[in-house]
Design a protein around this ligand. Structure first.
Ligand code: CMC
Length: 451
């Protein structure tokens, strides 16, 4: 037992002599907890008790706003400076020089591939693009107007039934083959969901085409013998895929890790990520941008709209970010890619409105003071629309490349000795031990009209 003046030690290993001294004013005891990488361990607070029966102090952080859930070596973000790096490589350099499959390799294996490694990787992904015919059959069972994200969610989850061996997640070879299958089949399932809502026949993969070109072929091929993707569209799509590949511990990645921590197969874990991405607060903002731009409609309406934003009646969608308090580096790259796409498809008149709104916002005190800059969603919707995609497909376009990030994070999690099943604590606020009330003695009786 310690005395009031005793200082007790936490369990984590400190970096040098960095520690935090905490005095528990309920008991007067002082504790010294190690600080490692600018972080204290929540478990070091458990020793702080009012008496021996006390459970110990917990930390409360409902949205993980200040809680690190993992140590990760995949993606680095400095939101104040507008920096995004995959495995240490700046996103600007990757977007300019690499391909999406190269980036996926980098995220998953930690290093840029050599020519030989990239050839092997590309070949592996290419030969796994086909899906079992039964997947096609059950996708055909969705309603004609089913949301493509719902179809993607259901079909990726169903992949686990086609590959029951995938549950052997402790076997590195098994993990590798599922990784390849997921990356290879995601564009196929995404394109099938698009063709479904368009009422068009599904198009099989063309394995002579590159990853983005094959995707365009599965989306747009009609009666021609061979679909020839425009290289400019192919490159723009590849850049979009690179930009969306990973973004460290966001909502969907956290979902993949949390569900994967139960040691379920990776298809089920990635399906959880797709479900999280489906939500409007995460993957759905690019759709909201497009709807906003359509509503503004013409340049003359911009001033009124911006005043509405400043008065708090509107939100400038595609602006602001929880992490970036500077220009989202992805937004700058997307803007340039948009110009290339419009060269092929013709200019989207909404681009002029978007550019003008951005110009006004970047000079206006309201936005400057709040550090509101364009985020990744401000221009991406314009590109998707130019590619002829209905708004329902926008989040699917995000899910295809994010698969490489999800799987890289899943692999890191399953091989991390420190990770256990994700199981948060709670602060219980309900009643305690009540005696069962017989039906005839219960009061109230309103039928619930909501929950
Ligand atoms: N338009 C107008 N005002 C804004 C906006 C905006 N887009 N974003 C934030 N603000 C204001 C907000 O009203 C608040 O002002 P005040 O201090 O006077 O109350 C201040 O800026 C701080 O905003 P916040 O809501 O506390 O910031 P947050 O970190 O909780 O929200 C956000 C971040 C992305 C949800 C928010 O900026 C937003 O709603 N943006 C529009 C939606 C959007 O583009 N989302 C895509 C995010 S990127 C994709 C992804 O990562 O999934």
């Amino acid at each position: 037992m310690s005395t009031d003046t005793e200082t007790q030690q936490g369990n984590g290993a400190a970096t040098g002599d960095q520690t935090l001294t905490v005095t528990d004013n309920r008991t007067g005891k002082t504790y010294e907890v190690p600080i490692t990488d600018g972080t204290v361990r929540a478990m070091d607070f458990r020793q702080m008790k009012v008496d021996e029966d006390d459970f110990g102090l917990m930390t409360y952080d409902p949205a993980f706003t200040n809680t690190a859930s993992t140590r990760s070596a995949i993606t680095y973000i400095d939101g104040d400076k507008g920096i995004l790096e995959y495995r240490g490589y700046p996103i600007e350099q990757l977007a300019e020089k690499s391909s999406y499959l190269e980036v996926a390799y980098l995220l998953i294996f930690g290093e840029l591939p050599t020519r030989e490694q990239l050839d092997w990787w590309t070949n592996q992904i290419t030969v796994h693009t086909f899906v079992h015919e039964n997947i096609k059959s059950f996708m055909q069972g969705f309603r004609h107007d089913a949301h493509p994200m719902g179809m993607l969610l259901g079909s990726v989850g169903a992949l686990s039934t086609f590959y029951p061996g995938a549950k052997d997640i402790k076997d590195p070879e098994c993990r590798l083959i599922q990784t390849i299958r997921l990356l290879a089949k995601m564009p196929t399932l995404a394109a099938f969901s698009f063709r479904h809502i368009m009422g068009q026949p599904y198009v099989y993969p063309d394995n002579d085409l590159a990853y983005p070109g094959n995707f365009l072929s599965m989306m747009y091929k009609m009666t021609e013998v061979r679909y020839e993707p425009d290289p400019r569209l192919e490159r723009a799509l590849d850049i979009l895929f690179i930009l969306h590949a990973d973004h460290e511990q966001n909502c969907s990645t956290n979902a993949v890790r949390a569900v994967g921590s139960s040691q379920v197969d990776p298809y089920s874990a990635v399906a959880a990520g797709i479900a999280a991405l489906y939500g409007p607060l995460h993957g759905g903002a690019n759709q909201a941008v497009l709807e906003m731009l359509r509503r503004v409609g013409k340049k003359e309406n911009i001033a009124d709209f911006m005043q509405g934003v400043k008065d708090g009646n509107e939100r400038l969608m595609g602006f602001g970010h929880r992490v970036y308090k500077n220009y989202d580096p992805r937004a700058r790259i997307i803007k340039a890619a948009a110009e290339d796409v419009f060269e092929v498809t013709g200019k989207n008149p909404l681009l002029e409105i978007a550019t003008e709104m951005e110009k006004i916002a970047l000079e206006d005190d309201y936005f400057v003071q709040r550090k509101l800059y364009p985020n990744v969603d401000f221009y991406s919707g314009l590109i998707y629309e130019a590619l002829g995609l209905p708004v329902e497909m926008f989040t699917v376009m995000f899910a295809i490349p994010r698969t490489s990030g999800w799987i890289a994070q899943w692999l890191e999690m399953v091989t991390d000795k420190e990770q256990k099943i994700a199981r948060p604590r709670q602060i219980y606020t309900g009643d305690r031990t009540r005696d069962y009330v017989d039906m005839g003695s219960r009061s109230g009786g309103e039928i619930p009209s909501g929950a």
